[in-house]
Design a protein around this ligand. Structure first.
Ligand code: F6R
Length: 594
């Protein structure tokens, strides 16, 4: 959440800062700002997206070092006053994270005579740095001193009016990478923002402070010792799928699902597990949001194939209770970004207790990937749409492949059963491509759903989890209130919600007869049933349903086809309501605050 950028270049940086910041828009987009140094600061702040900063800069913006920020508001309204950079006495700061002790720090700074201009937690940072500088500290030392007073999470980039040739960076708890080469040095929340500006990048560790000058990056660890970090070629920072004629990144990314699944298959087919993981007596899968639904959808296959019981935990909830850890537990953390604060906190908690951690993660340079015992990559490629789409499908595939590898290592499934699953997994790209061809029918249904102000999703077994993911997609993209229930739970209360013409999206799956009965029950109460079922079940659902979407695939394939169909349904409902599909209100792609 929030994206920061800093650049030190051989020429004026303002335009490049806007370009780089635009690539971080997925992290937040309620306001943006930049500052360039020397002589004095030139500052521009806007409400809205980075592009609103504009491309034209007058002579005051000729500085060769600068910082920029795109905001996802935590403290203070999304207005220009609260937009970063925040300034104090020749110090400008952009910040991603949350300063937990900001109120106490602000009170003591105010008592010392400091005046604040915003409602943000971040503004204490330039004040602390300026105070240290006033006491005679050099730029890096002043940042070090200020950081010692901060509690919470931060990645900051700092610009100095009286040292206009550099940017100083510090990290604690929030992701940030530095980059160098090609005559420039830089910093960004995500290295992909810096493609074309530098030759190589490295992720900073907690406690690191880096000084960027010219093409040089000097990194010191929390003890002030020179630190060597893992430098990688900028070519490794993946670029996004082309939006092309699709009109939105999200739609383009759904279309990229078959290719992404092929990559996941290629990366994981035949891959074996280390003995420590294969010996698991119990799995605990931990994740948030769509990643959690991917885990809960895959759970049945993992358990059936491997025979290993598998618990499922919401990361933010798992943190709040001291759950006993059963001996022989292996943790499987699922995250697209590998940056989600709650999931990372669970990772640290479990590793400190000796639990091996498998990270099913999409971003290879993320903190989760760097600190896991085993990385099980989802290989979806870069995803810019805020809502998870192709990454969800790739997580699901990677997790089923994890179950397959576990079964292979433990001998818990017959070779014939393993071969059958392998064949299903290989066929998935084709199944998803076929599901996408149903878009015209789904778009027509979506237009009707868009005219309702609520929707209910039901399913059984894995289809219940897919239903939950479908409801999440609809609410986050179209803002239509959507609830999901295990179909068997309807009669225990939620059926009271059904009234004349309520859209009920029925995800057919295992045990179709029971789901069919549930569809009949809601239909009898006036619901408008939309059935997403396999082709073989279409005729049986036809008398009950207002719409039957006959999907390709069965078993595993059906679940993947349902995921694509539900994503398309949500995109088209959102477009019908003129919502910004790529930038849903109040959301950001990486949830780096707790
Ligand atoms: C929904 C969505 C979110 C994420 C969740 C976890 O479309 O994308 O619910 O799944 O914020 O994020 P990651 O997977 O990055 O840990």
């Amino acid at each position: 959440m929030c994206g920061i950028v800093g650049l030190v270049n051989g020429h004026a940086v303002a335009g490049d800062l806007v370009t780089a910041l635009g690539r971080l828009e997925y992290r937040g987009y309620d306001s943006a700002g930049l500052a360039v140094a020397g002589p004095g600061f030139a500052v521009r702040k806007v409400v809205g997206r980075p592009a609103a900063l504009g491309a034209e800069f007058d002579a005051s913006f000729t500085g060769r070092a600068g910082i920029a920020h795109t905001r996802w508001a935590t403290h203070g309204r999304p207005d220009a006053r609260n937009a970063h950079p925040h300034l104090c006495d020749g110090v400008a700061v952009v910040h991603n994270g949350i300063i937990e002790n900001h109120a106490a720090l602000r009170a003591s700074l105010v008592a010392e005579g400091h005046a604040f201009a915003s409602d943000t937690d971040s503004e204490v940072i330039p004040h602390l740095i300026a105070a240290a500088r006033a006491r005679g500290a050099a730029p890096v030392a002043a940042v070090q001193e200020a950081c010692a007073a901060l509690h919470g999470a931060y990645a900051i980039a700092v610009l100095f009016e009286d040292a206009p040739d550099r940017v100083v960076v510090a990290r604690q708890g929030s992701p940030v990478t530095v980059a160098r080469g090609a005559g420039a040095s830089a910093v960004a929340s995500d290295p992909a923002a810096l493609a074309g500006f530098c030759a190589e990048y490295a992720a900073l560790e907690d406690g690191d402070i880096a000084e960027l000058r010219g093409a040089e990056v000097r990194i010191a660890d929390r003890n002030g010792r020179v630190a060597s970090r893992d430098w990688q070629s900028m070519e490794a920072a993946e670029v996004a799928a082309e939006m092309g004629a699709f009109g939105s990144n999200t739609r383009a990314e759904i279309a990229a699902t078959p290719a992404a699944l092929r990559r996941t298959n290629a990366a994981l087919a035949g891959r074996t597990l280390p003995a420590q993981v294969a010996a698991a007596e119990r799995l605990v899968m931990v994740a948030c949001g769509s990643s959690l639904y991917a885990a809960s959808t895959a759970r049945a296959w993992i358990e059936q194939l491997s025979g290993v019981p598998c618990d499922l935990e919401v990361a933010s909830e798992y943190r709040t209770r001291a759950a006993p850890i059963v001996r022989g537990t292996v943790a499987v953390l699922v995250s697209q970004s590998g940056e989600t604060a709650d999931t990372l906190a669970v990772q640290a908690h479990l590793r400190a207790r000796g639990v091996p951690v498998v990270a099913v993660v999409n971003v290879p340079h993320s903190q989760m990937a760097r600190t896991a015992d085993l990385v099980w990559p989802t290989s979806a490629g870069r995803e810019l749409g805020v809502a998870a789409t192709k990454s969800f499908s790739c997580q699901l595939l990677a997790l089923v492949r994890f179950g397959l590898a576990l079964a292979q290592a433990r001998g818990s499934a017959t070779p014939a059963a393993l071969a059958a699953v392998e064949a299903e997994l290989t066929a998935l790209p084709g199944v998803c491509a076929a599901a996408e061809r149903l878009e015209p029918q789904l778009a027509a249904i979506a237009r009707r759903v868009a005219s309702a102000n609520e929707a209910i999703f039901i399913g059984r077994g894995p289809a219940a989890s897919i239903a939950a993911e479908g409801a999440l997609k609809l609410k986050e993209l179209s803002y239509i209130r959507a609830d999901a229930y295990a179909a068997g739970e309807l009669k225990h209360g939620p059926i009271a919600l059904i009234h004349d013409r309520s859209p009920v999206i029925v995800c057919g799956g295992v045990n179709d007869d029971k789901t069919l009965s549930n569809a009949e029950e809601v239909r009898a109460r006036g619901a408008q049933v939309i059935a997403l079922v396999e082709q073989a079940a279409a005729a049986r659902f036809a008398p009950v349903a207002h719409d039957v979407v006959a999907l390709p695939g069965s078993g595993l394939g059906l679940v993947f086809a349902q995921a694509v169909a539900l994503q398309l349904l949500a995109v088209h409902a959102a477009e019908a309501l003129h919502c910004d599909v790529d930038r849903p209100r109040n959301l950001a792609k990486s949830v780096t605050v707790e």
